[in-house]
Design a protein around this ligand. Structure first.
Ligand code: NAD
Length: 444
């Protein structure tokens, strides 16, 4: 069977492998529309020229591939993979690969455009992209995951590359996925011996060309933003409490890093349910448990609570680190926190956000708060290009400075324009993008 590839096509979602772990809600959340609403708001604030706005409103390319994989039972299953390349005026497309049963063209368009804003906001010479496969990786063996990844990367072919489009981990993917992706690219499109070809993906294991500090980078960025917010608001993180939804890469490292600052995680949740421990969880032990068991389910400390109870727990900070559209009006009314630091992309929907703002609950928005991941991915890419290895101290210091600078620019913009930190993040990014468009103009 040969791979079929189209540059765009109907999002019929026909390739969900096996039974999804959870049923999708009846009505699909219009994530891309929501992100476009933020873009329109910020564009108005900074007086973005209409032509630039219309370019930024749509991705440059939407790639959809269908590829067959022989599963462990010998049967062949056809998978559907996407790569959305939103914008590359600042540099090569950059963004994660998501493996999740809810992956859709619309969501990836939203996530790809957010990568453009993140890279512009952080001052990185990179553009925005996102990709993924619509399936539940938890339903597949390691052997199947390797084959699915390799066939996907093969199907994408030269649509990715170290100077063109550089994937990274996102939900459902990790360092191991990136090692398979790099190896497949090297053996098919790239040259096996070129060290710089390692830069075709970031978030790799260190032995395969990854960087120190990447694993915790997104969480570290979230925590740097929380620290800045605490300074600005005379809030003592020592002795504070937090609740975290999602205990994968972003959620678990955020819990660990906050615990180092004396903040305790009193409730956690993941795809299997929620747990509460008023004494505070030992985040390292919980991480070890999740690594061994795949979820928080059955963790001995604390007690099981419902999702509704989770959102009603009194704490200082809430860190959403799972999916988009998790905080709507009901959750926004229930939350009893001072701050929401968005580790996940798009966790608060606009109706929820309005209620949070009316209740003076501050939001450190995704485009700012979780951009530590792409920033350290950029450091990995630079090290691959230069055949260098940076120390953890060097990576950490560079990231801290970048996050502090971005936080400052966004706070300043929010103060000047009297807008939310979310709209201010978009506004700072748009000002940087429009400067390039006005210098380069449109070809020809
Ligand atoms: P991950 O796959 O490592 O972890 C995801 C976590 O979310 C898991 O604990 C999973 O059980 C939980 N989850 C899934 N569905 C859920 C549901 N319905 N309810 C509650 N919990 C649920 O993913 P990750 O890399 O930590 O990414 C999490 C979020 O952070 C995503 O929105 C991603 O786009 C964003 N993000 C990740 C990075 C990165 O570097 N990994 C960078 C920027 C943003």
């Amino acid at each position: 069977m040969s791979d079929q590839k189209t540059t765009t096509g109907p999002d019929d979602g026909n390739a969900a492998a096996k039974t999804p772990a959870k049923k999708e809600p009846e009505e699909k959340y219009a994530f891309f529309e929501v992100v476009q609403g933020y873009l329109n708001h910020a564009a108005e604030l900074v007086g973005l020229p209409e032509d630039v706005q219309s370019i930024l409103a749509q991705p440059k390319q939407e790639i959809i591939v269908h590829f067959p994989v022989r599963l462990d039972d010998g049967k062949i299953h056809l998978f559907k993979g996407y790569r959305i390349q939103h914008n590359n005026i600042l540099g090569p497309y950059k963004g994660g690969l998501r493996y999740h049963h809810s992956v859709s063209l619309d969501d990836l368009k939203a996530l790809a455009s957010m990568m453009t804003w993140k890279c512009a906001l952080m001052g990185l010479p990179l553009g925005g992209a996102k990709g993924g496969i619509k399936f539940d990786p938890r339903q597949h063996s390691r052997n199947e995951l390797e084959k699915i990844t390799r066939r996907f990367v093969h199907a994408l072919g030269s649509n990715i590359g170290p100077g063109y489009d550089i994937p990274a981990p996102d939900m459902g993917t990790n360092e191991r996925t990136m090692a398979w992706a790099m190896d497949t690219y090297m053996n098919t499109v790239g040259y096996l011996s070129h060290s710089s070809v390692k830069g075709v993906v970031t978030g790799k294991p260190i032995a395969s060309g990854g960087t120190k500090g990447r694993r915790k980078a997104t969480a570290q960025g979230v925590v740097h933003c929380i620290e800045r917010w605490a300074d600005d608001n005379n809030f003592d993180l020592e002795g504070s409490t937090n609740i975290i939804q999602g205990f994968g890469n972003v959620g678990s490292f955020t819990a660990n890093l906050l615990s180092k600052l004396g903040a305790s995680t009193i409730a956690v949740g993941d795809h299997t349910g929620y747990r509460y421990n008023p004494e505070g969880f030992n985040s390292h032990k919980l991480c070890d448990y999740v690594r061994a068991n795949g979820s928080i389910e059955g963790y001995p400390a604390g007690k099981t609570i419902t999702r509704e109870e989770f959102f009603a727990i009194e704490a200082d900070i809430f860190i959403p680190a799972a999916l988009e559209n998790q905080v709507g009006p009901e959750e926004a009314k229930a939350l009893k926190v001072k701050l929401i630091a968005e580790g996940a992309n798009g966790p608060c929907n606009p109706a929820g956000e309005k209620i949070l703002m009316d209740r003076n609950i501050e939001i450190l928005p995704d485009v700012l708060a979780n951009s530590g991941g792409v920033t350290v991915s950029y450091y990995e890419w630079v090290q691959n290009k230069r055949c260098e290895t940076w120390s953890l101290e060097e990576v950490d210091e560079r990231l801290r400075n970048k996050m502090y600078d971005a936080y400052r620019s966004v706070s300043e913009m929010a103060r000047q324009k009297k807008c939310s930190l979310r709209i201010a993040s978009y506004a700072v990014a748009l000002e940087r993008l429009v400067a390039v468009y006005s210098e380069r103009h449109i070809w020809p």
